[in-house]
Design a protein around this ligand. Structure first.
Ligand SMILES: [Zn+2]
Length: 185
């Protein structure tokens, strides 16, 4: 697997020595070997090509782009891992791969979102998406700051920071239009 560097055999299952290593690490933490759930998945490079990749906390692989945050009712800490380790922990490699595939597709949509046909408005930009209008505009009180309005909802920050350029505004708009699906019921 290019994204994770983790090893899968011909049958799509992790090889035995890799599996044994993962289980050994879990045992050394006093953590359960199975029954984990993914509570969140995120892409460390969703809007920054140069962001450092994540190191899988279970197998130590240094090339994890899509981070699966695993949680267990009988263990006090979450564990942030790559796709195959997530599959091992939850006992379902296919579910982990499918989750990662959906996230990868969303990342592609997010990346192309600022390049869509935005129209200039008197104080910003607009785009119609799924029949609804998205507005990006400058604040009356602080022209440096941009806000995004979609379906009556207005946001002024992206990733906890004030929005001051079109790109961040477009990414904030994307998060309103195409939110990350909840992975836990
Ligand atoms: Zn791993």
């Amino acid at each position: 697997m290019k994204d994770t560097g983790q090893s899968l055999g011909h049958d799509g299952q992790p090889d035995k020595s890799y599996l044994a290593r993962c289980q050994k690490t879990l045992r050394s933490w006093g953590a359960p070997l199975s029954g984990w759930h993914c509570k969140k998945i995120y892409d460390v490079r969703e809007d920054d090509w140069d962001a450092p990749l994540h190191v899988c906390e279970l197998c130590g692989c240094t090339k994890v782009r899509y981070v699966h945050v695993m949680t267990h009712p009988d263990y006090f800490e979450d564990v942030s891992v790559g796709c195959i380790c997530a599959g091992v922990m939850e006992g379902d490699i296919l579910a982990a791969k499918e989750r990662e595939r959906l996230m990868r597709n969303r990342s592609k949509r997010k990346r192309s979102f600022p390049k869509r046909k935005w129209h200039q408005t008197p104080n910003g930009w607009s785009l119609t998406c799924h029949g609804e209008q998205i507005l990006i505009g400058h604040s009356r009180h602080n022209p440096e700051r941009l806000g995004v309005k979609y379906r009556g909802q207005c946001v002024w920050t992206y990733k906890g920071k004030p929005i001051t350029n079109f790109l961040s505004a477009a990414y904030a708009a994307f998060n309103l239009v195409d939110p990350i699906p909840e992975v836990l019921p």
